[in-house]
Design a protein around this ligand. Structure first.
Ligand code: SF4
Length: 153
């Protein structure tokens, strides 16, 4: 039997990204069509509007904070959204995740540095971090596009 997979809703074609658009990835849509994947958007689940200002993670000592490009601290929304999205993943018994690259919620392994200058740094978004801490196998849309199948690993 296949693993159940939690996926970033924007990859499944939902118009939940900060700009109001999507990040459609046909391989992710196919997983949802087959009943194997569940789309969630942590930022919407955290109570943020769509569209919304662009946000990036800033490390403040040990603390991970999220700020938008209007210089407002939105960490609380991101933390709540990550928890709610993870609640759905747990309820559904997901053991893998396919997550949108570089997002402050979904980004896995690489994120932006908090300066809004398109600079990449190592790190996880808040939802990706929660998935990783709880042992889910993490993939990105590039992994799917390159390998086709997130569950063979
Ligand atoms: Fe996509 Fe995740 Fe951003 Fe929502 S929070 S728009 S699912 S990358």
């Amino acid at each position: 039997t296949h693993k159940k997979i939690i996926v970033s809703a924007c990859l499944a074609g939902c118009c939940c990204k900060y700009s109001g658009g999507d990040n459609l990835c046909e391989a992710v849509v196919e997983l949802v069509r087959q009943g194997r994947a569940i789309p969630v958007c942590p930022e919407q689940l955290g109570g943020l509007p769509t569209p919304r200002p662009c946000c990036e993670i800033r490390k403040n000592g040990e603390a991970v904070e999220v700020w938008n490009d209007r210089d407002e601290n939105v960490t609380e929304y991101f933390a709540r959204g990550a928890q709610e999205a993870f609640r759905i993943a747990s309820l559904a018994g997901c053991t893998a995740a396919v997550l949108k690259e570089r997002s402050p919620s979904c980004g896995a392994g690489v994120i932006y540095d908090g300066t809004f200058q398109h600079i990449h740094v190592p790190g996880d978004g808040l939802f990706a971090a929660l998935c990783r801490e709880n042992g889910l196998a993490i993939f990105t849309e590039s992994d799917l596009e390159e390998n086709g199948e997130p569950c063979s690993k």
